[in-house]
Design a protein around this ligand. Structure first.
Ligand SMILES: Cc1ncc(COP(=O)(O)O)c(C=O)c1O
Length: 378
């Protein structure tokens, strides 16, 4: 297997810990342990009696039950706890796919959603979200693409990096398309709980038997450092995934599962707080962009905490991102991390603190103004 370099993670390795203002990440403001404790109403002394015992391959009982209560109507057999959804993505692809299989993947996309399969020798068919259509999902096109009988269809709504989503009707159509093709439907739910223009979509769980869902504590909850995620899949598939997992990480630490379980049991409160904060920041981002129509184009997101922005007059967005990171210590993410066709874009994350967003946006504005004639400066 020949894996391509994970460009987004490589960029983060270079700059994430070496900037002052992060307006590139895809998560909401990270919580402190004290904040989590206060929101969820638990005491750290509860940890004192915990034995450093192994957890279970599919997840410790308490966390698995909490996830099942939230997402599967209590069916624990369909839940696996993983090290971030990244581990789930890796294991699912390796369990289900063989070289030569066709995989349809939304494009642009978080690289792991297509390049693990590509590295395994699968044929990747992009399902493009087109800029000229505001990156909206073209279901008739997907239906046409899926007529070849792909092994898997991989989607992520609300979508990273554009923030676009689909309607409930479109989601049902998507499930129908996968079912008609007999394809596995991979539903990456990383940002599913953070929506602005409509209620969160229900999970496809239970509506089609070849459906897999990934979820994570890294995005909507502000618990990126937990490195905990989850996967919903038919129990038979989870058992096959366990075979591979036995060679990787075995299980998730019970210490992490302790915090994750508290978070799931109080998810509505955490998400409501984070959503309100992110929505306020989104308004700020829109106002900022509206003041700079010649310099910035933003397609307003339906959910998540990222927007895919263009800088008219600066077709090399990677150069803009690099200059901002290295000179101004501001983090954006180059669009090319989501596919070679997106060199004119940057991912702008608005989930962090408002102070950070304000400071970051003013650096971006300054950097862009430096490149345009003085007459256009405001
Ligand atoms: C769409 C999507 N899925 C999955 C992941 C993996 O996140 P984690 O491993 O932190 O759960 C990311 C991370 O950015 C993502 O954007």
């Amino acid at each position: 297997m020949k894996l391509a370099i994970a460009k987004l993670e490589e960029w983060m390795r270079l700059y994430y810990h070496n900037v002052d203002h992060d307006i590139g990440s895809s998560g909401v403001r990270d919580l402190t342990i004290d904040e989590l404790r206060t929101i969820c109403g638990f005491d750290l002394s509860e940890l004192g009696s915990m034995i450093f015992h192994d957890s279970e391959c599919f997840g410790g009982g308490a966390l698995r039950a909490a996830l099942a209560d939230r997402w599967t109507g209590g069916d624990v057999d369909g839940v696996m706890v993983t090290h971030g959804s990244s581990e789930a993505i890796y294991i699912v692809m390796h369990t289900l796919l063989d070289p030569g299989d066709e995989v349809i993947v939304v494009d642009p996309a978080y690289q792991q959603l297509y390049d693990i399969a590509a590295g395994m020798g699968c044929r990747i068919t992009p399902w493009p979200l087109r800029a000229q259509d505001g990156f909206s999902a073209d279901l008739p096109l997907l239906r046409k693409l899926a007529s070849t009988g792909p092994k898997m269809i991989v989607v992520n709504f609300p979508h990273n990096p554009t923030g676009v989503s689909i309607t409930r009707e479109q989601q049902q159509e998507l499930i129908d398309i996968a079912a008609e093709a007999g394809a596995w439907l991979v539903w990456d739910h990383a940002f599913g709980e953070l929506t602005y223009t409509a209620d969160p979509l229900p999970l496809p769980f239970g509506r089609y038997d070849k459906c897999i869902t990934f979820g994570t504590f890294s995005k909507s909850y502000g618990l990126a450092g937990l490195r905990v995620g989850w996967c919903l899949a038919p129990p038979g598939l989870l058992s096959r995934m366990a075979v591979l997992r036995d060679y990787i990480a075995l299980y998730v630490s019970p210490v992490l599962e302790f915090f994750a379980e508290k978070a799931v049991r109080n998810a509505d409160r955490i998400v409501a707080m984070q959503r309100e904060h992110a929505h306020g920041n989104l308004r700020l981002l829109r106002d900022w962009a509206a003041e700079l129509p010649d310099l910035v184009r933003v397609n307003p997101p339906d959910g998540g905490v990222t927007a895919f922005v263009e800088f008219p007059g600066h077709p090399d967005a990677t150069a803009v991102c690099r200059r901002l990171a290295e000179r101004d210590r501001v983090l954006l993410v180059p669009g090319e991390c989501f596919g070679d066709a997106f060199t004119g874009y940057a991912r702008l994350g608005f989930g962090g603190t408002t102070a950070e967003l304000t400071a970051g946006l003013s650096s971006v504005r300054r950097a862009l103004l430096e490149g345009v004639p003085v007459s256009e400066a405001r």
